[in-house]
Write a protein that binds this ligand. Structure first.
Ligand SMILES: [Fe+2]
Length: 179
């Protein structure tokens, strides 16, 4: 094993968070689909696929450094939610928790002088900035457009394009910084 046992345990915990996030986003997507929030349903199913991708990255990493990735059992997520705004608040909170967990892993890698894990985690730092910005941008829309039925409908419909808007903004910022 080319990383410490403590680091392997911490990364396995992270695999568990990613799996729970993916599951929670699928539950939210399913609720949205039932209610008729089609834009949000598509958004959360896509978000779940991203979390699943994150989980796989950690699994591949652990296996590649000869540690053992443990596939976790997942708790049942809630099946009904208060409002469209509340699910995006939930999403933002959940992303903030994941960001803190990633930072803890980075701190641990620094302390252990584990260059391999430190370098591997850099992608996740950028990814978490994007995820938080995405949820912030969507929540802002409730303040801008309101919370009546028509506003919520418009926000739901706008979600098809919001991900690509946020991603292209981030990419152009990255290009500006690197100049
Ligand atoms: Fe994630």
């Amino acid at each position: 094993m080319r990383i410490s046992a403590e680091m392997a345990t911490a990364i396995n915990d992270q695999i568990s968070y990613e799996a729970s996030s993916a599951n929670a986003y699928i539950a939210i997507g399913s609720w949205c689909e039932r209610i008729g929030y089609d834009g949000s349903a598509a958004f959360f199913f896509e978000q779940a696929a991203e979390e699943n991708g994150h989980m796989l990255k950690f699994i591949h990493y652990l296996n590649s450094v000869e540690a053992e990735a443990v596939i976790p059992a997942i708790e049942k997520p809630p099946s009904s939610f208060e409002s469209l705004e509340s699910i995006f608040q939930f999403g933002l909170k959940s992303e903030q928790t994941v960001t803190r967990a990633i930072y803890d892993l980075v701190d641990m890698a620094e302390k252990e002088k584990d260059r391999s894990t430190y370098s591997f985690l850099q992608w996740f730092i950028t990814e978490q900035i994007e995820e938080e910005t995405l949820f912030h941008t969507i929540l802002q829309k409730f303040d801008l457009l309101g919370r009546d039925k028509l506003a919520v409908y418009q926000i739901d419909q706008s979600l098809a394009s919001v991900r690509s808007q946020v991603m292209s903004k981030q990419t152009s910022q990255k290009q500006t910084y690197s100049k």
